[in-house]
Design a protein around this ligand. Structure first.
Ligand SMILES: Nc1ncnc2c1ncn2[C@@H]1O[C@H](COP(=O)(O)OP(=O)(O)OP(=O)(O)O)[C@@H](O)[C@H]1O
Ligand SMILES: [Mg+2]
Length: 244
């Protein structure tokens, strides 16, 4: 398998300090990578840099060999059609209702899709994530867990092949979290690329082909799932880092 995304000596600065420092990594196409580590360590920032949502202060992020920061509008739209992001805080548009939130990506990426087809796709995705309630309401009327379901549905709606998921099972009950984990498994079976942040060692063990341990904005250690399964010390070390 080839590399789909590469971070080359990436640094990110804010308020006169470095949040991410000299971070290099190649994400393999069709593989699942977990970003783990202590709170405030830089996982969300690395995920957003990887997705081209933040522009590095130094270094570059390349999607299929092309620097995301230098993409044309057309190239960027093609990249966006292939990729999807679930934000840690869900980041649903506050002034839109849930139906509008799910319709917008379809309108942008499939402008010729009919309203009936959009409705069908939305129904399908809602069923997959298990959201059964009202759609003509705004996100502020949802619980945090329900917002996560809609954020996940929005990410899946255009059938992306590259998924960025930030703490995507947080605030969900066990059965809802399990449903989303199974949805990610089905994407893995279809050889999609998944990059996710989680504090949950069970989910990391269940899904990740490799784990990047991030602390103080730096890549501290990389582990394979086999290493986690076979080496109790490494697993313990990771769990400590996640929990701290
Ligand atoms: N735009 C910004 N301006 C200033 N500081 C920032 C900015 N973005 C992130 N930070 C800081 O960088 C550090 C890393 O943040 P980040 O959100 O990436 O951590 P994280 O590993 O995702 O943490 P958590 O597990 O709590 O979600 C934090 O100390 C945060 O306050
Ligand atoms: Mg975070």
């Amino acid at each position: 398998m080839s590399d789909i995304l590469e971070l080359k000596d990436v640094s990110f600065f804010a308020q006169n300090r470095s949040i991410v420092e000299d971070f290099s990594w190649r994400y393999e196409e069709g593989k699942t990578t977990a970003l783990a580590g202590p709170s405030g360590g830089g996982k969300s920032t690395v995920l957003k840099l990887s997705a081209g949502l933040l522009v590095p202060g130094r270094g570059e992020v390349c999607f299929r060999g092309k620097n995301i920061a230098h993409m044309s509008h057309k190239e960027n739209l093609e990249f966006r059609a292939e990729a999807a992001f679930v934000f840690q805080d869900s980041a649903l548009w506050a002034n839109q209702n849930l139906l509008q939130i799910l319709e917008l990506p379809l309108q942008i990426h499939f402008p010729r899709m009919s309203a009936a087809e959009r409705g069908k796709r939305i129904e399908e995705v809602l069923k997959e994530v298990g959201y059964k309630k009202e759609m003509a309401i705004r996100p502020s009327m949802l619980s945090m867990g329900e917002q996560k379901l809609i954020a996940f549905a929005r990410a899946m709606i255009c059938r992306p092949r590259l998924l960025f998921l930030d703490e995507w099972t947080e605030s969900l009950d066990g059965s809802a979290a399990g449903r989303l984990v199974n949805l990610v498994k089905s994407r893995q079976e279809a050889h999609d690329t998944v990059i996710f942040v989680s504090h949950d060692l069970r989910i990391i063990r269940d899904l990740a082909d490799q784990v990047l341990m991030i602390q103080d904005g730096k890549l501290l250690i990389t582990l394979t799932r086999e290493q986690l399964d076979s080496d109790a010390h490494l697993a313990q070390y990771l769990e400590k880092g996640i929990a701290s």
